[in-house]
Write a protein that binds this ligand. Structure first.
Ligand code: ADP
Ligand code: ADP
Length: 231
């Protein structure tokens, strides 16, 4: 479903050219659970931005669900993002004045669904992440782990084909991080495709495949034979 062939991304800044990605060829199939690792500056964010259709490569091709998305304009990319990608961020990115349900229902506004249908769907997804009883709470009335669950519910509400999580446990304590990894494992078990960026080795071990980047290239791409489980 995701197939990049020799993609590169360079940034030209005055007389300097930064080769953030040099040549990345990867295939990620539906239902995979992948972690991207690598030191700061290795190209993880750049690659996630391309996979998430926030950016396009300067060279090479990217096929997403049988469609070549390497060369689309901003409007076309936005349409694909809304349909195919659910984003989860380190800082949750919730609207502070909106309730959990309103935050989760937001992407459905763009899908043109009626208010009652949006609320019904948002509640269903909140239930799925174990937060049905917090539907009317605002972010400041929720713990960090609960906020991240709301953000994950928002990412799931449109039934995206891929969940992209950038350092999803970066702002959470250890115990809460494991709770979120347990939820990811559950989502993976339901057939969701999950790609996360993490610099924490123990978090990466929850994924079933670990891809390491270095200097804009793939350093290793391995099946994780000892997937960690939350006790
Ligand atoms: P990582 O996420 O692994 O830290 P990035 O993809 O953010 O790596 O960065 C890869 C390289 O590209 C770095 O050298 C970084 O400074 C550079 N870079 C990233 N984004 C930009 C940008 N918008 N403009 C210029 N350089 C950038
Ligand atoms: P992270 O790797 O934590 O996602 P960022 O993507 O924000 O962090 O930044 C990674 C690197 O890319 C940093 O070294 C940052 O300086 C550089 N970078 C990001 N955006 C830009 C930009 N617009 N211009 C120049 N450098 C950038």
């Amino acid at each position: 479903m995701i197939k990049t062939t020799k993609i590169a991304r360079k940034y030209v800044m005055g007389s300097e050219t930064i080769h953030a990605l040099k040549s990345i060829s990867i295939t990620i199939n539906k239902g995979e659970y992948v972690a991207f690792m690598g030191p700061s500056g290795s190209g993880k964010s750049t690659l996630m931005n391309i996979i998430g259709c926030l950016d396009t490569p300067s060279a090479g091709s990217y096929i997403l669900n049988h469609q070549d998305v390497s060369d689309l304009d901003e409007n076309e990319l936005a349409e694909i993002r809304n349909k195919e990608i659910g984003f989860v961020f380190q800082t949750f990115n919730l609207l502070p004045r909106s309730t959990a349900m309103e935050n989760v229902a937001l992407p459905l506004v763009y899908a043109g669904m009626s208010k009652s249908d949006r609320e019904e769907r948002a509640l269903e997804v909140l239930k799925g992440v174990g937060l049905a009883e917090r539907a009317t709470h605002r972010p400041n009335e929720l713990s960090g782990g609960q906020r991240q669950r709301v953000a994950i519910a928002r990412a799931l509400v449109n039934n995206p084909s891929i969940i992209l999580a950038d350092e999803p446990t970066g702002n959470l304590d250890t115990k809460t991080s494991y709770d979120i990894m347990e939820l990811f494992e559950q989502l993976h078990g339901q057939g969701n495709t999950i790609i996360m960026v993490t610099h924490e080795e123990d978090i990466a071990q929850y994924a079933h495949r670990v891809i390491r980047l270095r200097d804009g290239l793939i350093e290793s791409d391995e099946v994780n034979h000892e997937v960690r489980k939350v006790e």
